[in-house]
Design a protein around this ligand. Structure first.
Ligand code: AMP
Length: 473
């Protein structure tokens, strides 16, 4: 009974039986807002400009009608040699792989072939797949251009172009590649542009590309999303890793996506978690494609408990019902916060997004709350109250103080023993991008005991705690 009503709600949008059947098998009870808006207009052959983020069901929103249009237009008798008729461009390899998987799933009852083209892996199997013939090509721009230059791909018969996560493709500097690819497409075609944001650049791209587009805008996944519980845990930067371990262990979290700003920080954090017995792995642009695929598969299968990712690597990852997202460091760009928390509480399931925020990240937090137009709850975790200097700094200050006292007694400056202690007692805190032990030994610590010790340690901290402002990838 229920299955009939499921397929009916999608059938009402105009989808054929081969597709409503898959949708029912996927357990989709009703179209998401982006699907309800996009499917009929795409079926009608119109261009679309859609503002929709990952997690809104946008992939099915363009894939289902695209499959239907391609299958409806192809003659059933004597099929022609397969030619690329739909091109889906996406910014990252992971997203490309996920979209192609969706194309295969949704198209399983239709006689259409798809393939995947992205960089970082051997090009030959891709050439083979293209040579065998495909109807739908999912690609990242760089590798597709390689194929076009080598003439191993031909776009002369493309009927539908999809630019997915167009804003991120522009952020990643793909605009020239995209323009070069578009120049090779037939002039008469349907264009679908999906973007999480509508910047001026996106509008410019849309102006040059789309013909009288249907505009689709669905609610942003942001603080107002009732599905994502958001929390800030104020904590000292040097205790973040300890707090993360505590949260994962005490909450018995089985699947956690953790964001860091820098690739180096992601690697280090994953290594340290592993040492503490928590299965973790990092995913970022420097990793080979097989390593990234393995990491994601392990995470999805549950053998990897913590996936540590940078913003660009994580963008578009489709991990269903992800229960926990942790911002180990806040992003420099407030919109990235919204993208990050969009990884949880997706398509009907609830999730929580937790940010570990140290005092030097408060300006970033202020920007995020301004964007969300609301304050996120703060909860100090007992035992992790912020405001304690790291042990190595305390040791350094104590050493300096001892040195100062010795110096006063000897009538000279900092004692040698104190300097050695500064270097050997350091436990490097987890601060991606910062080389703390070196800074600690170079920092202008006070040399004479003129003020109470706590005040002097505090005076040294702002210098040592200066946070990096570079943007990771
Ligand atoms: P997307 O925004 O395309 O990344 O999709 C996010 C997730 O929503 C995917 O895991 C889909 O399987 C799922 N999804 C797509 N459409 C629906 C729907 N109508 N009902 C429930 N889940 C859906």
């Amino acid at each position: 009974m229920q299955e009939i009503s499921l397929s009916q709600s999608f059938a009402l949008l105009g989808l054929a039986a081969e597709l409503t059947r898959v949708v029912a098998e996927q357990g989709y009870t009703e179209p998401t807002p982006v699907q309800a808006q996009a499917i009929p207009v795409i079926l009608a052959g119109r261009d679309v400009l859609a503002c929709a983020q990952t997690g809104t069901g946008k992939t099915a929103g363009f894939t289902l009608p695209l499959l239907q249009r391609l299958s409806a237009a192809s003659p059933t008798a004597a099929p022609p040699p397969r030619r690329v008729r739909a091109l889906i461009l996406t910014p990252t390899r992971e997203l490309a792989a996920q979209i192609e998987e969706s194309v295969r799933t949704y198209g399983q009852y239709l006689p259409l072939q798809s393939t995947l083209v992205y960089g970082g892996v051997n090009i030959n199997p891709q050439i083979e797949a293209l040579r065998r013939g495909v109807d739908i090509l999912v690609a990242t721009p760089g590798r597709l251009l390689d194929h076009l230059q080598q003439k191993t791909a031909n776009l002369a018969h493309v009927e539908i172009l999809v630019l997915d996560e167009a804003d991120r493709m522009l952020d990643m500097g793909f605009i020239r590649d995209i323009r070069r690819i578009i120049a090779l497409l037939p002039a008469r075609r349907q264009n679908l542009l999906f973007s999480a944001t509508f910047s001026n650049e996106i509008r410019q791209l849309a102006d040059g590309l789309l013909h009288v587009p249907a505009m689709i805008e669905v609610a942003r996944r942001n603080a107002e999303s009732e599905l994502v519980a958001q929390r800030i845990h104020p904590v000292d930067a040097w205790r973040k890793r300890e707090l993360l371990t505590h949260l994962v262990s005490s909450g018995d979290w089985r699947q956690v996506l953790v964001f860091t700003r820098m690739k180096s920080g992601a690697n280090r954090l994953a290594e340290q978690l592993c040492k503490e017995g928590i299965e973790a792995t990092a995913i970022h642009g420097n990793k080979s494609q097989p390593a990234r695929t393995r990491a994601l598969a392990g995470f999805k299968a549950g053998t990897v408990r913590v996936l540590v990712a940078t913003d660009i690597a994580a963008r578009g990852l489709d991990i269903e019902e992800l229960p926990h997202v942790v911002n180990f460091e806040l992003p420099n760009v407030p919109e990235d916060y919204v993208h990050r928390i969009g990884r949880t509480g997706r398509a009907g399931s609830t999730g929580e997004a937790i940010s570990l925020v140290s005092i030097e990240e408060n300006p970033l937090l202020a920007d995020i709350e301004k964007l969300l137009t609301r304050r996120i709850d703060r909860q100090i975790v007992p035992g992790f109250e912020p405001g304690r200097p790291p042990p190595h700094l305390l040791a350094a200050a104590q050493a300096v103080e001892r040195g100062g006292r010795d110096g006063q007694r000897r009538g000279s400056g900092q004692g040698k023993a104190g300097a050695q202690r500064t270097q050997t007692s350091a436990t490097p805190p987890v601060r991606p991008g910062a080389s703390m032990p070196a800074r600690a030994s170079q920092a202008p610590l006070p040399t004479a005991p003129r003020a109470p010790q706590s005040a002097r340690v505090g005076a040294a901290l702002p210098v040592l705690f200066r946070s990096p402002t570079r943007r990771g990838s």
